[in-house]
Ligand binder design. Structure first.
Ligand code: SF4
Length: 536
């Protein structure tokens, strides 16, 4: 079976980082790990090709070659998903869809033309699909009916199908699921609250395969919460450290974790020694009342500022997500986020307006309260420039304006340099460097021509052209003096603002357009009304 995998295009988002990728000659930040995992679960005698639409178009030769088209994507990719399904159907090809969007909304209009809907996790539903294909069936819908597979049998993803040079970072997965119960989160709906992990040998084999394919850059562990099962994470990390030491740390790692990471020194030390350079935390808001309403109680147990500082002290850079628009939120939520981010110094603070994702606790509650704005959710999908898709408890225009204002202030070029400089004065030493052989460390720091060119462009823009020039040079000198071991990371983090500059403009424009076309505002839901209807 000649199978053509298509990964749909993403709209520009906070994480698309185009300007940075341009600087380092890459096309996309991360590859489609789900699709290469699906490829590994299908019969290996099938011929396979993969086109990531974020990298390039599907060629006519590839359409002509295919006997089956497999498309998988997330809710933000649904527009292009529909386009690619349409193109395949115009050519008379059978189409199978899967992934988070299809699994959460299999009856979405964008998926109407697909012949096969392979929902939920592929370890369970792909064998059903394969059986249907082998029987010559022309359509089908396969669901795991709530059963979550053991991932210790999941094969090594077919990384060989990827155009590796196009990606800035590679993805692997150790665990699925998260033990917490945040009301707005779709992870626990899709993958459950009992984290399931691979075994250490399995993950090491994946890394070895990437190493053998020639991969030498960073790796993103795309786990929903890497420390959801701390015991198993602590079983993995010693094996990972040993593998890294033997090869002189060819990879750096990033992942997502819950804030309780900050309470576990042993775990942070182990991660730092494996070369985890950064971790993404869902902080959401410094407003305790909003965190409680959202069911994010784990973020109320200790000071969030102290937690960020603690993780930073281990040499792990914190990235964080923030949300505005929670029920009962008081005016000034945007300001409070700006203050929090400025105090902690978090360089990459992702912000978005609260979205009710299908089938989450939040979605069901708002549906019951008659507050979902269905057309908006259906039409636009979910990303950082979408207005809330429900009637909030305070005027939507206030929330949107606070959001735009906060975002623009956070990424104002001078404010960004000050914040990042402040952050790197607190950043702990990179623990892993003590295990690297001196010769290899020297070699690793030799820059490529692409790196040099990128550095020169950043210096030209931030250190010469813009009014940031004095701050830029002062900050470079300060970190070179105070924290030389983190100097390279510091410069890379400064370069990230090339993307945020552009994204500031996108956020402002897109939100203003949506606000201008907004119908007269329905009366806001009262706090009492939303609290009365809170789940127990
Ligand atoms: S901690 Fe993160 S992954 Fe876990 S339930 Fe909350 S939002 Fe979801």
């Amino acid at each position: 079976m000649r199978t053509l995998f298509i990964y749909p295009e993403f709209p520009k988002t906070f994480w698309s980082y185009e300007k940075i990728l341009e600087l380092v000659n890459r096309k996309v930040l991360l590859p489609p790990l789900g699709i290469v995992t699906v490829a590994a679960l299908l019969p290996q005698e099938w011929e396979m090709k993969l086109v990531d639409r974020n990298v390039r178009e599907v060629s006519e030769a590839e359409w002509a070659w295919a006997e089956l088209v497999v498309i998988s994507g997330m809710i933000v990719q649904k527009a292009d998903m529909a386009t690619q399904i349409g193109k395949a159907k115009q050519r008379g090809l059978p189409v199978a869809v899967g992934g988070p969007f299809a699994s959460s909304t299999p009856d979405a209009p964008e998926l109407q033309l697909a012949d096969f809907k392979v929902l939920d996790e592929g370890e369970i539903t792909l064998p059903m699909f394969i059986e249907a294909i082998q029987k010559g069936e022309c359509s089908g819908r396969f669901s795991s009916n709530g059963v979550k597979p053991d991932v210790t049998g999941t094969p090594i993803p077919r990384f060989d199908l990827l155009e590796l040079d196009a990606y800035d970072s590679m993805s692997v997965q150790f665990s699925r699921g998260c033990p917490f119960q945040c009301e707005f989160c779709d992870i626990i709906v899709l993958y459950g609250r009992k984290p399931r992990t691979k075994n250490p040998e399995q993950l090491i084999a994946e890394l070895q395969y990437l190493y053998d394919l020639g991969w030498r850059r960073s790796i993103f562990l795309v786990d929903d919460n890497f420390i959801g099962n701390k015991r198993n994470a602590k079983l993995l990390l010693p094996a990972l450290k040993e593998w890294q030491i033997k090869r002189n740390y060819p990879f750096s790692f990033a992942t997502e974790a819950s804030v309780d990471l900050a309470a576990d020194d042993e775990l942070m030390e182990m991660m730092a020694e494996c070369r985890f350079d950064s971790v993404f935390l869902g902080i959401e808001t410094p407003d305790e009342a909003s965190l409680s309403i959202a069911g994010k109680h784990q973020n109320t147990r200790s000071s969030l500022e102290d937690s960020v500082d603690r993780i930073t002290s281990f040499g792990i850079r914190v990235m964080a997500g923030f949300i505005i628009g929670f029920d009962g939120e008081k005016t000034g939520a945007g300001d409070r986020i700006v203050t929090f981010v400025s105090n902690t110094g978090i360089p990459a603070a992702m912000m978005g307006m609260l979205q009710a994702l299908p089938n989450t606790g939040l979605w069901h509650r708002l549906e019951k309260e008659g507050r979902l704005i269905q057309e908006q959710a259906d039409a636009k999908g979910v990303n950082q420039t979408n207005l809330l898709n429900f009637v909030p408890s305070r005027p939507i225009r206030d929330i949107a304006n606070e959001y735009v204002d906060a975002f623009c202030r956070l990424y104002e070029p001078n404010a960004y340099i000050d914040r990042v400089t402040h952050y790197y004065t607190k950043m702990g030493q990179p623990r892993w460097q003590k295990y690297v052989k001196a010769a290899a460390l020297g070699k690793a720091t030799l820059p490529t021509w692409t790196d040099v060119r990128a550095l020169l462009i950043v210096i030209w823009r931030q250190g010469v052209l813009r009014d940031t020039r004095w701050r830029f040079w002062r900050s470079l000198l300060k970190i070179a003096r105070l924290n030389p071991n983190n100097f390279e990371q510091f410069v890379v983090t400064l370069a990230h603002n090339e993307h945020f500059q552009e994204y500031r403009g996108i956020v402002t424009r897109e939100i203003q357009v949506q606000l201008a076309s907004l119908p007269p505002e329905p009366p806001p839901a009262t706090v009492e009304q939303s609290r009365e209807l809170q789940p127990a």
